[in-house]
Design a protein around this ligand. Structure first.
Ligand code: SF4
Length: 416
């Protein structure tokens, strides 16, 4: 076993199972992306093609993907990210796969039906270019030699060149570069060796330019939530700018967990509810037409952990509710708690034939009535509880909780 980057020996001395243990463990801190895809990067793939049905992956209850072969090429790394188990000065077993070794392991797992696709990340070994080239080589061998037509997600390392991004995109269904922190100021708290401008934003710009032009690959990112004392507003502001200017498909949020023998080992773990609220807000940004200015943040720029951000918005805007379901535009419907894009579309469709009078029709359209009824009217009729819309009672969850039965009423509107 090799304990740090200054004591490297011939990695061939480790057998593949040892490497797998080290490099599978090292990869678990990366959030897998949702991976449904119809694309295949090769014509007439011999194996692994999921077209036309797409791949369906399983997720653990906390949102982690479990059906990809998720592994690092190496856990050697020249960077010093304070939260990371692979940071340069951490005294842990180190190893690396060669491209051929990794391909062989993957194909063995694939043939045994253990995995459907590959999620390949890596520390930085020798140089960004050398590591990135080896990662690309893994995917190229799978595509070109084994005719693998399944899902491949490649991490793009900070500082990768446009040519490397292009080569990765040519063989991957998804590429991703981790932001980790929302700004220069925040990243500086986490690393002395990672440069936000050239290595993160500069690389993100190259990825965004490629994806916007060719559209045959998607790209995502990940934030470590709570490691750099950033606020929810900081993270959502950063994500919104990536959606707008960098063709980002999706941001992922990973609640910070302290790792022993790192500079942040004594810092408290970030509560998972914070991660959850960020995911809900991200959905509102991407799919519900919400703008950053519509989120309700506290004085520190954070979302309320006790209520979901859409309910917080509705409670904060008594002037907009109750909303007449028969008059509201599609975009207005999306602002109602309990109504999503699909149910809003169905309501608009049904209204073409008749006016909606009965809450049961809303239920048939997919509306979650217990969340929506207090915020809507149907042909002038109100079926909810006006106490939620009365201004003096529009206080915080903690205040409402003092009123006993109203806590039940309020809790019924809270989404998990
Ligand atoms: S670049 Fe940072 S986060 Fe990535 S493996 Fe190296 S130390 Fe960890």
């Amino acid at each position: 076993m090799y304990y740090n980057s200054t004591k490297r020996k011939d990695v061939q001395e480790l057998d593949v199972l040892d490497k797998l243990q080290i490099l599978g463990e090292g990869a678990k801190y990366d959030v897998c992306a949702s991976t449904a895809t119809k694309s295949s990067k090769i014509i007439n793939p011999a194996i692994g093609s999921t077209s036309p049905s797409g791949i369906c992956h399983s997720f653990t209850p906390d949102g982690r993907c479990i059906s990809l072969f998720k592994v690092l090429l190496t856990n050697y790394c020249e960077k010093d990210c304070a939260y990371c188990p692979n940071r340069i000065d951490r005294n842990v077993p180190r190893s690396r796969f060669t491209a051929d070794e990794l391909v062989n392991v993957f194909m063995e797992f694939y043939r045994r039906n253990y995995v459907e696709g590959l999620f390949l990340s890596s520390g930085i070994f020798h140089s960004t270019s050398a590591t990135m080239d080896e990662m690309i080589k893994v995917a190229e061998i799978l595509r070109n030699h084994h005719k693998f037509g399944g899902y491949i997600h490649l991490k793009i390392l900070p500082g990768s060149s446009a040519a490397e991004i292009q080569a990765a995109a040519a063989v991957a269904d998804r590429i991703s570069l981790n932001m980790e922190a929302p700004s220069d100021r925040h990243l500086a708290k986490l690393s002395r060796t990672k440069q936000y401008g050239p290595e993160i934003i500069g690389t993100m710009a190259k990825i965004g330019a490629y994806v916007a032009r060719y559209k045959d690959v998607s790209h995502t990112t990940q934030y470590i939530v709570g490691a750099a004392q950033e606020s929810d507003r900081d993270i959502l502001t950063s994500a919104a700018s990536l959606y707008k200017g960098y063709a980002l498909k999706r941001a992922y949020f990973s609640a910070f967990q302290p790792v022993k023998h790192t500079p942040l080992e004594t810092v408290s773990a970030t509560p998972l509810i914070r991660e959850n609220r960020l995911y809900q807000s991200d959905f509102l940004l991407r799919l519900y037409g919400f703008h950053l200015g519509e989120f309700v943040f506290d004085a520190g720029g954070n979302l309320d952990p006790d209520i979901d951000p859409k309910l917080a918005y509705a409670l904060n805007h008594p002037e907009l509710f109750p909303l007449d379901i028969n008059q509201a535009s599609y975009q207005q419907l999306l602002k109602v708690p309990g109504i999503g894009p699909r149910s809003a579309s169905r309501i608009v469709q049904v209204r073409r034939t008749h006016r909606l009078n009965d809450p049961r029709e809303l239920k048939n359209a997919g509306v979650v009535l217990k969340r929506s009824l207090s915020f809507i009217t149907l042909n002038g009729q109100y079926f909810g509880d006006r106490r939620l819309l009365d201004k003096p009672r529009r206080q915080t969850y903690q205040q409402l909780a003092l009123w006993g039965d109203e806590r039940d009423l309020y809790s019924s509107l809270i989404t998990g």
